[in-house]
Design a protein around this ligand. Structure first.
Ligand code: G4P
Length: 288
């Protein structure tokens, strides 16, 4: 099966096994901790999550908040909160924002805990799983959230063999394997954004085209960023700007000609690592 995002392609074939596992695992848990990329919260969200997580408590984490604009993070958090979603900005790499998650979990699971209490069930920990599209930071988050203090609880009776639960505290257990979700297939813009943040394999992408798409997005959203980083004034055509960046950075190919592909790789890497500044590519109002 091949899904297309306009010029960008997504090969979900290799994910089939992971997705099946996710569907199995979701039966074991009470709470889904869903990660999206704060730079593209809409495009990096699984389109079927409402159906997949039906009946489960949920929290949504805007991860890589350090790479997204602070103002847009606040806008997205307000947008989701207005929809009744429990949301938090985090940086899984440094652990920023992670302390606030315990309170969010309690809030999200309040009804379940009260229901348990009425039925005389006390001290049964909430079981949670982390889910999100590839490369959104699931493993990094699990490591940061679980920290060093955690103990693996090992196999439990009544739980599918081989499942590992990490006991975070007396009221929360986390499945150690994250659920891998697929992103939105339906629009070309989402595909481009996913390629830009690096959630697709670059080998299948045309780097120069992708870099030109990034230059077009930046020209619209962060017009000063190119000249600030590379000391060149953006031209009318993105391809030309890429040539200027190649020149400024001394990207030479065979026969000492300028190599736009090298410049594209530099630009994309600078964007993905935040060296071009904190940038959010989509805003809530576009998606309402
Ligand atoms: P996954 O399990 O969802 O597939 O994602 P994973 O944790 O492997 O993270 C994917 C990449 O995103 C990693 O970078 C990771 O360090 C980075 N990352 C995760 N969370 C954050 C965050 O909040 N902020 C930033 N800036 N980066 C984050 P990598 O390049 O693959 O590895 P490395 O160079 O960091 O070792």
């Amino acid at each position: 099966m091949r899904e297309e995002y306009g010029r960008y392609h997504w090969y979900p074939g290799h994910m089939t096994k992971a997705v099946r596992m996710m569907q199995e695992n979701i039966k074991l848990i009470d709470l889904v901790i869903e990660l999206v990329d704060a730079r593209i919260p809409y495009s990096s969200q699984n389109p079927d999550i409402d159906r997949l997580a039906a009946g489960k408590s949920r929290i949504l984490l805007l991860n890589k908040a350090d790479l997204a604009s602070a103002e847009a993070n606040a806008q997205w958090a307000a947008f989701f909160r207005e929809k009744g979603i429990h949301v938090q900005e985090i940086n899984a790499k440094t652990g920023e924002g992670i302390k606030a998650i315990d309170a969010l979990v309690r809030e999200a699971c309040r009804e379940k805990l009260e229901r348990d209490k009425k039925r005389g069930i006390v001290n049964r920990p909430v079981r949670a799983m982390v889910a999100g599209i590839p490369n959104v930071g699931k493993s990094t988050f699990i490591n940061a959230f679980a920290g060093k203090a955690c103990t693996k609880t090992g196999n439990k009776p009544g739980v599918t063999k081989g499942k590992q639960w990490i006991r975070l505290n007396k009221s929360l257990e986390l499945l150690d394997t994250p659920g891998i979700l697929w992103p939105r297939f339906e629009d070309a813009k989402a595909g481009m954004y996913l390629a830009l943040v690096g959630s697709m394999n670059d080998e299948t992408l045309l780097l120069e085209e992708l870099a030109c798409d990034l230059l077009d997005c930046m020209q619209e959203l962060y017009p000063g960023a190119v000249s600030e980083r590379y000391g060149v004034l953006p031209a009318a055509e993105a391809q030309e700007t890429l040539g200027l960046i190649a020149k400024a950075r001394g990207c030479l190919g065979k026969g000492d000609t300028l190599d736009d592909r090298k410049a594209a790789a530099i630009l994309l890497e600078d964007f993905r690592s935040g060296r071009l500044g904190r940038m959010t590519l989509e805003r809530p109002r576009e998606r309402e």
